[in-house]
Design a protein around this ligand. Structure first.
Ligand SMILES: Cc1ncc(COP(=O)(O)O)c(C=O)c1O
Length: 392
């Protein structure tokens, strides 16, 4: 372990504040470090490992494809890409897909498509305070949290930030200069903030009336995380654009931007591209992962498990340090009255006890376990949390 830490500190850029652990392998919801210690994963690689670790159908797809092709260019037709696109379209309200390699790239593609749709006069994009859309310059400008902007000015213009869940602010901001609105229906990095149903419905109607594209960033909330394949399904609305990544690739780097036909057709050959996006290897694995996710009915169980987990967390509100419990499905947050160092220490103590937890926003413990998490694991974690909170 010392060796890994020393090499990392010496040779890898210091863009992350890492926890002192290095993992070796995983099975189901369990992940093992290089010393053989077992952890129950309540973070899932930040909402990536929806099916946990060592997923048989995914490994089979890797084995099959590794003998064939890893990469061919998008100058040619790619069978595996066409098949994953078909599966996504048939399971969503969108019509066309552009594949890329990450969430930020999916949102970049969405910004470009929205700008083409809007034309030269309508180039502004509305985004929500507390949002997170990525770390590239466009997506950083879209991310309405100043702490991520510091040091990187000037940011690309054309993004208008408004308060989340505030329809009056949306009405005021949505003028003739606006071509699109981006929203995470459940904000992840911002601290697990859920959009109100009536707000979203009104917002969507307002967008329709003003020909503003309604774009949902489902990079964290998608792929079954909230108990439906996509969180927009809970709101009974249809987005014009949706972005995906994280759990889409079954652990491989896959992003996607989906759009309604009338919007998608604004992209003409040569307007957008990526070398690796949609390569046969990632597509084959992502398709096997999604096939299994859909056929196994794992998502159907998520609302029940999520409610059970949330009810358990809500009982912890009797401790004064717990400010709020929120979230949907297995995308839950516990807001604590702690500063960032104390929060980090909390996560470290959980690691000692064999649980991986995440942090979101300023003071929120984030729970995003693999969707296959067991009630027994949830009970074990709740017991740990109760004991830990009682000491504070
Ligand atoms: C909602 C949302 N959008 C975009 C991103 C950026 O994705 P990536 O890190 O794959 O670029 C993230 C990452 O956390 C996210 O949660």
């Amino acid at each position: 372990m010392e060796n890994v830490i020393e090499k990392t500190e010496r040779y890898v850029m210091h863009t992350y504040r890492r926890f002192p652990v290095c993992f070796d392998h995983g099975e189901g919801c369990y992940i093992y470090d290089i010393n053989g210690k077992r952890y129950v994963d309540f973070l899932g690689g930040i909402a990536v490992n929806a099916l946990g670790y060592h997923v048989k159908p995914v490994i089979e797809a890797v084995d099959e494809q590794k003998e064939k092709l890893f990469h061919v260019s998008n100058l040619y037709y790619i069978k595996e890409q066409a098949e994953l696109a078909e599966l996504l379209v048939k399971n969503s309200c969108l019509d066309k897909v552009f594949f890329c390699n990450s969430g930020a790239e999916a949102n970049e593609a969405a910004v470009k498509l929205a700008r083409v749709y809007g034309g030269e006069k309508r180039d502004n994009i509305i985004t929500m305070e507390g949002s997170f859309h990525g770390r590239t310059m466009f997506t950083l400008a879209a991310t309405a949290q100043e702490k991520y902007h510091k040091g990187f000015y000037p940011l690309p213009p054309g993004f208008v930030h408004i308060p989340f869940n505030d329809i009056v602010a949306a009405d005021r901001a949505m003028d003739d200069s606006v071509c699109a609105l981006f929203i995470e229906l459940v904000q992840g990095e911002g601290g697990i903030n859920v959009a109100d149903c009536s707000y979203v419905k009104k917002l969507k109607k307002m967008c329709e009336e003003r020909d503003v594209l309604f774009c949902v960033d489902e990079i964290q909330s998608g792929m079954g995380r909230t108990g439906r394949l996509f969180s927009y399904e809970w709101y009974e609305i249809e987005p014009d654009i949706m972005t995906l990544a994280k759990a889409l690739g079954g652990g491989l780097p896959v992003g996607a931007m989906l759009a309604k036909e009338r919007v998608a057709q604004c992209f003409k050959p040569g307007m957008h591209a990526t070398t690796f996006g949609g390569n046969p290897f990632c597509m084959k694995v992502a398709k096997a992962h999604l096939d299994f996710l859909l056929s196994s009915h794992i998502i159907d169980e998520v609302p029940k498990k999520g409610d059970y987990f949330k009810r358990g967390l809500q009982k912890l509100k009797r401790f004064s340090v717990v400010k709020d419990i929120r979230g949907m499905g297995l995308m839950l947050g516990m807001e604590l009255n702690l500063d960032s160092d104390s929060l980090r220490n909390f996560v470290l103590r959980a690691m000692d006890a064999g649980f991986l937890l995440g942090i979101a926003g300023e003071n929120v413990i984030r729970f995003e376990p693999p969707l296959i998490i067991d009630y027994k694991n949830i009970d074990e974690l709740l017991l740990f949390l109760e004991k830990e909170l009682a000491k504070m």
